[in-house]
Design a protein around this ligand. Structure first.
Ligand SMILES: NC(=O)c1ccc[n+]([C@@H]2O[C@H](COP(=O)([O-])OP(=O)(O)OC[C@H]3O[C@@H](n4cnc5c(N)ncnc54)[C@H](O)[C@@H]3O)[C@@H](O)[C@H]2O)c1
Ligand SMILES: O=C(O)C[C@H](O)C(=O)O
Length: 326
């Protein structure tokens, strides 16, 4: 048996937290041979509800769960953290864009970045889920100057999984037959779901669907799926978001072998002309606990235009939180 690792989940009494914690504790995220210590962070008024979640976690008698620490103290929560899932933030309501949450949520991520900087493992993997995820991840990273920026990712995986599911449904394929999907840019309605390199059962995806469906139906459906779920459920996605977070962390920790690539928002490094300073959704592979941006994909004029639009939105979001970046 491996020695335990510390996983910190913020917003642990929220709806994503409730769908996430039991899967982490059962080994879905880091493997059935990896014991975990769960540090659960909440705001003080939610500590009662968090206590209830902790009771239920204990009642599962998970063999891999070797410690459980509910707290409202960020420094305690991130002490010796190996994996951080930053979920705790307000969700949007119907009619809002995710960036409308910046003023409410941006302030959460500076102090959490500082707490990570102080106490987390130096090769911690931090996945920001709370919206607007890309810019919140940027805030957390900027407040953790002693941690490499590559320790911080934001979640594009829900969009990636949504795109796979839509394409599978349209073509009658299994989700496992689909590869090479990328969600570029922001986890927002400007994201670019790219099928130009996607394959269905080894054949070009664009040979199986017509371009009109791709541009007029598929792209807006994936871009607006979060809003459609809020309209239908009266609450934002939770179980699918938790599942995507599990997928993202599992691939980052254990590798993407077997799949062509996955979509992850990582610090822009000039790849595909996106200069540093924002967290950008890219096609990535992972091995040995590190991610790499897939290089050398051809981008046509349509793709370049869409990628420029989502980059522009991320630069605007960055400008709006410049005061939180130091
Ligand atoms: N990136 C994605 O793909 C994606 C998908 C779904 C939801 N989200 C976002 O995830 C966030 C959480 O969604 P939810 O449905 O779980 O919301 P929720 O309201 O059910 O839960 C959020 C929890 O966070 C807690 N919280 C608030 N501030 C905190 C802080 N400073 N420290 C610790 N905890 C804090 C709240 O008390 C609450 O329990 C939202 O911002 C939502 O928009 C992102
Ligand atoms: O859409 C939202 O606000 C929640 C989440 O980001 C989602 O994509 O479902």
């Amino acid at each position: 048996m491996k020695s335990p690792v510390t996983v910190t989940v913020t917003g642990a009494a929220g709806q994503i937290g409730y769908a996430l914690l039991f899967r982490i504790a059962s080994g879905d995220m880091l493997g059935k041979d990896q014991p975990v210590i769960l540090n659960l962070l909440e705001i003080t008024p939610a500590m009662g509800a968090l206590e209830g979640v902790a009771m239920e976690l204990n009642d599962c008698a998970f063999p891999l769960l070797q410690g459980l620490n509910p707290t409202d103290d960020a420094e305690r929560a991130f002490d010796k953290c190996d994996y951080g899932l930053l979920v705790g933030a307000m969700p949007r309501k119907q009619g809002m864009e995710r960036k409308d949450l910046l003023s409410a949520n941006g302030g959460i991520f500076g102090p959490q970045g500082k707490a990570l900087n102080k106490g987390a493992s130096r090769d911690v993997k931090v996945l920001v889920v709370g919206n607007p995820a890309n810019t919140n991840a940027l805030i957390a990273s900027a407040n953790a100057p002693d941690l490499d920026p590559s320790c911080f990712n934001a979640m594009m995986r829900l969009d990636h999984n949504r795109a796979i599911s839509q394409l599978a449904e349209k073509t009658g394929a299994a989700t496992t037959d689909i590869s090479g999907v990328t969600i570029w840019g922001n986890h927002s309605s400007t994201q670019f779901p790219d099928l130009y390199h996607a394959k269905v059962g080894g054949a070009e995806a664009l040979s199986k669907i017509d371009e009109e469906w791709y541009k007029d139906d598929f792209i807006p459906t994936v871009q607006q799926r979060g809003a459609a779920i809020i309209k239908a459920r009266g609450a934002s996605s939770a179980a699918s978001a938790a599942s995507a977070a599990i997928d993202h962390m599992r691939n980052w920790a254990l590798g993407t072998e077997g799949s062509e690539w996955v979509s992850m928002a990582v610090p822009a490094d000039g790849s595909y002309g996106i200069e540093p300073g924002i967290m950008f959704g890219y096609p990535c592979t992972c091995a040995n606990g590190k991610y790499e941006i897939v290089q050398g994909l051809d981008l046509n004029d349509f793709a370049k235009e869409k990628i420029a639009a989502t980059e522009a939105e991320l630069r605007e979001e960055r400008a709006a939180v410049e005061h939180l970046l130091s």
